[in-house]
Write a protein that binds this ligand. Structure first.
Ligand code: ATP
Ligand code: MG
Length: 607
């Protein structure tokens, strides 16, 4: 019980708050969007607790914000004292609570693994600004859903508590919480002020006044503020302290490019060894070790994404009869891998969905269609063909997805989906787009590649051929202007993986599940030669998974033979059609510098 407050039931609390708000039961019910009976049953104590959703709605209708709203929801669910809500609202919180509120970090993870380079960067930057002084230090920690932003920020904050003795605050801004809207900055400020011990009566109305009050309250102090899951710079900017000495860590799934003076730490997928170590630690079973091949395979199938690894580990922990090898095999064979990656009511797909929900309708359509791309990375031209739009619109769309960490940009103007995000996009396309729509998108893409490959092929060729490559023919998409051999080669080099993936798609066997566990490549279509075999995971000369340089596609290096690369085989194939030589000859000629294209190797490949 909170000191100084009488025992109070939730029913009594609700009656009191409603009366203070000047609402009848019906008005409260209407404002909250719940039934009058729900309100009546709660007020009469017939229902002693409420569902979380109902509680959140009631809190909103009663005008409760931030910390007060949180305590109200907890009280409605029987997890906090009703009197605590009034105490929080009035700022008359017992001394112990007030003291604890300025040490308000969530607990650090016992199993926190890796991220040493990022931690060192953060500490190094702090040490540097400590000597130069003069500014509030702001670090934006960004990355895709489930990459470990919150875990990292909290871990770093715990390491820094001694440097910020005047308080450590953690404020969830809920940009991606199911059933919640992003926190309004004015509510966020009220919450911070209450948490810092400012009485409710001393909190002014209005954003600007509250921001001023907050800056005044923390002026000259050394506080550490973690703003978790920010929606954008507009939400964050009013919460920043105004004087030097404090540190703000902002986590976000968005690139907060407009947040001035923020240093950025972008989190990537975990390196191979750290991913395996994390899985073994979280599974916490004697027979499961980081060095096991099955553990390595499992983490690969989890895209080296901590969220997915945590879910796989939790399944192993709670099913002692399961083996890592069997779980990996199940994941590899699953038609929808994401459907298997869940724990309790959490799932990787749900986390991705929250990012998808942020997109406009056009961006969502582009995202789904990108999931249809057979593999490799993609530029604006190919995206325009896939999406049936013009180049400028495609580039805008790609950039928007990049800003939301739904795409990585491994090279300028070239974008790539993380393996699991690709699966998600494809699953959404399967679910939401009619067959004809998907086939149309894939056909436009293949037409675009074929047309442009033919043009590049004609420019690259140095020796006479029996017949000229066809470069005419209508293609509805924008195509790059290839002015000469040099540009044609550059294009072919950049598109090599995509061309071969599309060649495989256009000529390969019908789709089968488990795209990322492709068997070793088979000899190429029409005798296409491969520059080299696909290295096995064990022999790959790198510690970070291939292609994870930005935010981490984990697709293996694309085979240059015609074995179906990851992602290719679950795509609905367009109608069978002849595919002519330029596809493959352009792709193989791009492997050497202007190597003469074999002129007679390629026949037509009927799909
Ligand atoms: N370095 C790590 N060591 C141990 N566990 C980790 C690490 N990084 C992340 N995790 C775990 O992975 C899961 C996802 O991490 P976290 O919630 O921090 O991701 P996030 O990037 O903040 O996701 P979101 O975008 O949804 O907010 C959590 O269960 C977290 O505990
Ligand atoms: Mg988070």
């Amino acid at each position: 019980m909170v000191a100084g407050q009488p025992e109070m039931s939730f029913a009594g609390l609700l009656r009191q708050l409603r009366a203070e708000a000047g609402l009848t039961q019906e008005e409260l019910a209407e404002a909250a969007g719940v039934s009058p009976r729900s309100v009546s049953n709660l007020e009469r104590g017939i229902n002693r607790t409420a569902h979380k959703d109902t509680a959140v709605l009631l809190a909103g209708a009663l005008g409760l914000a931030g910390r007060v709203s949180e305590v109200f929801v907890a009280a409605a669910r029987g997890r906090a004292l009703a009197a605590g809500v009034l105490a929080a609202r009035d700022g008359a919180v017992a001394g112990a609570f007030a003291a604890a509120a300025t040490r308000a970090l969530p607990r650090d993870l016992a199993a926190f693994t890796g991220r040493q380079a990022e931690l060192a960067r953060l500490m190094g930057a702090l040490a540097e600004t400590a000597t130069s002084g003069g500014v509030v230090r702001i670090h934006a920690i960004d990355g895709m859903a489930g990459i470990g932003k919150t875990a990292f920020a909290v871990h770093a904050a715990h390491r820094l508590t001694a440097t910020f003795p005047d308080g450590q605050f953690f404020l969830p801004l809920h940009a991606h919480t199911a059933g919640q809207r992003p926190v309004d900055p004015a509510d966020a400020l009220a919450s911070l002020l209450l948490t810092a011990g400012v009485p409710a009566a001393a909190i002014p109305p209005g954003l600007a006044a509250r921001a001023g009050r907050w800056r005044d309250h923390v002026a000259g102090k050394k506080i550490l503020l973690v703003l978790d899951d920010a929606a954008g710079h507009e939400q964050v900017a009013p919460l920043l302290p105004g004087t030097a000495g404090s540190l703000v860590l902002v986590t976000s799934r968005r690139r907060l490019t407009a947040l001035q003076d923020a240093a950025v730490i972008s989190l990537d997928t975990l390196p191979v060894e750290e991913a395996a170590a994390l899985l073994a630690r979280l599974a916490a079973r004697p027979g499961i070790r980081a060095g096991d091949a099955a553990v390595g395979e499992l983490t690969r199938l989890c895209g080296y994404l901590p969220l997915a690894i945590g879910m796989a580990a939790s399944q192993l922990r709670h099913h002692p009869a399961w083996t890592a090898a069997r779980l990996a095999a199940d994941l590899a064979a699953a038609r929808d891998r994401l459907a298997l990656l869940h724990a309790e009511n959490l799932s990787v797909a749900a986390a991705f969905n929250m990012s998808y929900a942020d997109l406009t309708g056009e961006q969502q359509r582009l995202f789904r269609r990108l999931g249809l791309h057979p593999g490799g990375d993609i530029d604006g031209y190919a995206a325009a063909a896939l999406d049936g739009t013009d180049l400028a619109a495609a580039r805008r769309g790609l950039e928007a997805l990049y800003d939301q960490y739904l795409l990585a940009e491994p090279a300028q103007g070239r974008y790539r989906l993380h393996d699991l995000i690709r699966e998600h996009a494809r699953a959404l396309a399967d679910r939401l787009d009619p067959d004809g729509d998907r086939d149309g998108a894939t056909t436009r893409l293949l037409d675009y590649y074929q047309h442009t490959a033919a043009r590049a092929d004609a420019l690259i060729a140095r020796q006479a051929r029996p017949g000229p490559a066809r470069v005419d023919g209508a293609v509805s998409a924008a195509v790059p202007a290839l002015a000469g051999q040099e540009q044609a080669l550059a294009w072919a080099r950049a598109e090599r993986a995509s061309l071969l993936a599309c060649l495989d798609h256009a000529t390969g066997p019908a789709s089968t599940p488990g795209s990322s566990l492709s068997p070793p490549p088979s000899p190429g279509c029409c005798g296409a030669t491969a520059p080299g075999p696909r290295p096995s995971p064990a022999t790959r000369p790198r510690s970070r998974p291939h292609g994870t340089s930005a935010t981490g596609s984990v697709r293996p290096a694309p085979s240059t033979t015609s074995g179906p690369p990851g992602g290719c085989r679950t795509i609905t194939r367009p109608r069978p059609r002849p595919w002519s030589r330029p596809w493959a000859s352009t792709a193989t000629s791009a492997t050497g510098s202007a190597r003469p294209t074999p002129s007679t190797t390629w026949g037509s490949c009927d799909g």
